[in-house]
Ligand binder design. Structure first.
Ligand code: 4GY
Length: 252
């Protein structure tokens, strides 16, 4: 898959592309990331990409024409049959969820537009942006971090990127539930706190059951709306419902 990124700060991406387990996703033949410095498409003589907002007020707005030149260059370089979606990031976008990430991972790629300042001239958004995404209810100073969030979530879904194919079938959300807690050595800390005994039994069925129940418990406690969605999607087995019902009886 090919991802093109239009940004005023391409250097913000390089560390992420070369470090960590996700680095392998960005090796040849996997997620092919192309960075397009928006400044290269700015208006002469000083490569201007922004100007003051009509109506007044603080800050600057990204200009339509540099954005259209950058987009045309990207579209030409992609030589697409079906045009990739142009994605921008703002708190006004649709909340990014694992299901959306999975849809992107199954597709042929995207063009990510990272805004800065007060945002993009709305005429460019209306004419060209296919999808606005939000990564949460807080205000950032640019679209680069949200683009990196999407890239990271996409990277770890690429076949062969996580060492063990099971690790993303079992993680949060793929089962519609939060992940169970994890423990490693030592079995007992200096202060006496121990690893749950179910995990030390060597009985894989008992371990799986304990982990499933922990995932159900954590999701019920922290994110009841996710549990409701998992139920509506038919992701809860009769044994899950029995466990949840027994917990409800205990807490009454
Ligand atoms: N939250 N989720 C977010 C954001 C800031 C456009 C420049 C967010 O996705 N993006 O806070 N973006 C951007 C918005 C102008 C600053």
């Amino acid at each position: 898959m090919r991802i093109d990124v239009i940004t005023l700060f391409p250097e913000l991406f390089s560390a992420h592309l070369v470090h960590g387990v996700t680095r392998r996703a960005f090796e040849p033949g996997r997620v092919d990331v192309h960075l397009w410095p928006l400044r290269d498409f700015g208006d002469p003589p000083h490569a201007r990409v922004d100007d003051r907002p009509y109506g007044g007020g603080p800050g600057m707005v990204l200009l339509v024409e540099p954005l259209e030149r950058a987009l045309a260059a990207v579209r030409a370089a992609r030589a697409e049959t079906t045009p990739a979606p142009l994605v921008s990031f703002s708190p006004a976008g649709t909340l990014l969820r694992q299901a959306t990430v999975a849809r992107f991972a199954a597709g042929a790629g995207a063009i990510l537009l990272c805004a800065r300042y007060e945002g993009i001239d709305q005429r460019f958004v209306d004419a060209h942006v296919d999808c606005e995404l939000s990564i949460g209810d807080y205000v950032l100073s640019g679209g680069e971090l949200p683009a990196l969030v999407l890239l990271d979530a996409l990277a770890r879904l690429q076949p062969g990127v996580l060492g063990d194919a099971r690790s993303h079938q079992q993680d949060s959300f793929s089962a519609g539930l939060l992940d169970h807690p994890h423990y490693s050595r030592p079995e007992r800390l200096a202060d006496g706190t121990a690893v749950p005994e179910e995990l030390l039994s060597g009985n894989h069925a008992a371990i799986d059951e304990w982990r499933r129940r922990q995932a159900l418990r954590l999701t019920a406690e922290r994110r009841p709306e996710l549990l409701e969605a998992a139920r509506a999607e038919g992701l809860l087995a009769p044994a899950d419902e029995e466990f949840l019902a027994s917990r409800r009886r205990r807490t009454l």
